[in-house]
Design a protein around this ligand. Sequence first.
Ligand SMILES: Cc1ncc(COP(=O)(O)O)c(C=O)c1O
Length: 444
Amino acid sequence: MEKETSQLADMSAEEKRLLLRRMLSNKIEGGEDSENSNDIPEEFYNFEKFSGHRMIMEHKETFRALALNNPYFSVHEGVSDHNTHIGGKDYINYSGYNYLGLSGHPEVSAAAKAAIDRYGTSVSASRIVSGEISLHQELEKALAEIHGTESAVALVSGYSTNVAVIGHLFGPNDLLLHDSLIHNSVVTGCLLSGARRMMFPHNDWQALDDLLKENRRHHQRVLIIIEGVYSMDGDIADLPRCIEIKNRHKCLLMVDEAHAAGVIGPRGFGTHDHFGVDGSEVDIWMGTLSKAFASCGGYICGTHALIDNLKFNAPGAVLFSVGISPANTAAALAAAVIIKREPERAERLRARSQLFLHRAKLRGLNTEPACGTGVIPIILGNSILCLRLGEKLLEAGINVHPILYPAVPESASRLRFFITCNLTEEEVVYTVDTIADALQLLNG
Ligand SMILES: Cc1ncc(COP(=O)(O)O)c(C=O)c1O
């Protein structure tokens, strides 16, 4: 019971009411040691009564009542590139982050197949025990080169990279300061660490500086966490400012490059390349292999001191978790080779993104604050309108997903377009014009 009451802050009003009822009935029936379990509410042991399940049922009911198709878990029947095939129909595709068209690229697929032929489909152990293959080291060398750091380590998932790394490096005496639009995986890592967590308003370096002036001295290690390119809005963090601030306050800086690596910068090497900053100026570069790198996994780039610490000590990173699979490692490595060899892919992606923005402005669509990266939101501020517009676009052969509350506030609900390098100019112009026309119809 003591444990339960200490969790009160995390409980919904309904859960608190049930707990109170249980505490009272325990008293009446002679204490909580009572052998009688009849009074334990179903909400505590039946998944159908869990609030998450109830929420899904409510969503389904809303879709039914509004005669809308459920847009989630649509099944793709081939590679998700600038075009895709769903339910026997072809679509122009804005729902996948195959930024450079390397998932489905023959060189990448061949590398993955060759790795399976040589190593099988699993490395069958954590790397520290006996799961190491030379492809892991080759991939990590390529990632360190891209981010301009001494070393790198690749893990099985982007999400768990943030969780395991932040959770391992920081603890209760530390402060973690992150942008308000940071990815959920960073928040989960912060919670795991037990450190104090504070948010600063999106891309507001002045507010970050003020928070540090007030709080830096009360903590031991302080980590600032930003994204190079923000996953919902597509804008770019002010990296030089953040570096100046972290140096002045003697903090550490972590940059999540999930949507920046392979996309921005003259070489497509990410945020340091975009600003012409040396990679060593940032303490922790984090990235995923699931986007420009056409694979599955996550990675950290930094100094030998950081990477060795993670490799030998971080649970869920290299320790107590299997090594990244041969096929995924080989695919990411082949993609890294192509990223270095063909910077024109990232250049083309950015040109398509600028064309999209230019055309959207002409047609009066709200894409703020997108700036020509691989993410462009069309902000509608109305979930139902997002769903209806998504359906109209689907009918017109355009596949894009709505982002609704609680992923963003209702006033910021949107359609999010991932811009990929194989999109043609005609596809982009057709898409923007179709959005504008459909919106006019829907708004009456
Ligand atoms: C900014 C950011 N960080 C981390 C992740 C997690 O990466 P993954 O999906 O590869 O696990 C994502 C996923 O989309 C992301 O957008």
